[in-house]
Design a protein around this ligand. Sequence first.
Ligand SMILES: Cc1cc2nc3c(=O)[nH]c(=O)nc-3n(C[C@H](O)[C@H](O)[C@H](O)COP(=O)(O)O)c2cc1C
Length: 184
Amino acid sequence: MTKGKRVLLGVTGSIAAFKAAALTSALVKEGNQVKVVMTKEAAYFVTPLTFQTLSGNPVYREMFNSPENPINQTSPSGQEMEHISLADWPDIILVCPATAHIISRVAAGLADDLLSAIILTTRKPVIFVPAMNSGMWQNKILQKKTAELKRAGYRFIGPAKGWLACGEEGEGRMVEVEKILEEI
Ligand SMILES: Cc1cc2nc3c(=O)[nH]c(=O)nc-3n(C[C@H](O)[C@H](O)[C@H](O)COP(=O)(O)O)c2cc1C
């Protein structure tokens, strides 16, 4: 298990996002520093307050400030270039859970939100922990994108086979937190 490292945890909009809270807690318990970046959709599943409390750090969610979105509400550090500073900060970036959407965005080289911009910018190792319906995971285009990312040096943990939140049994289930901790 990783100890004493700086872990940037990217949380995306999957029903498995609640498991990222247990992961945050376990990483902190082992003496790692954890900073969480959430996509807009992730906040439908788990509140930023949960990750803020468990990590002991502000949660990062937005790339831009605007009159409707003042920087002191969206940028905890007050910096305008967090996609750069947060890309440099960690020893490792863990995207957990990773949706089909974030995998495809990264494979396409997109940088249209804070998390995808950080992933595109960073020179640090990036690990995806996919979680999704088996139809999504087995989709040929997503499989092609995943293979491209693996070839480019991105790592994947899972997904596992098992019971899925949509009520199906199949491949796409997020690997359990204990296994993720072993693998990283
Ligand atoms: C209840 C619910 C559960 C979802 N679970 C997943 C999931 O487990 N995996 C996934 O890839 N998408 C899932 N989605 C769809 C994503 O939330 C959607 O594709 C979203 O745009 C992902 O955005 P993000 O990757 O930027 O967080 C779910 C949507 C809903 C409404």
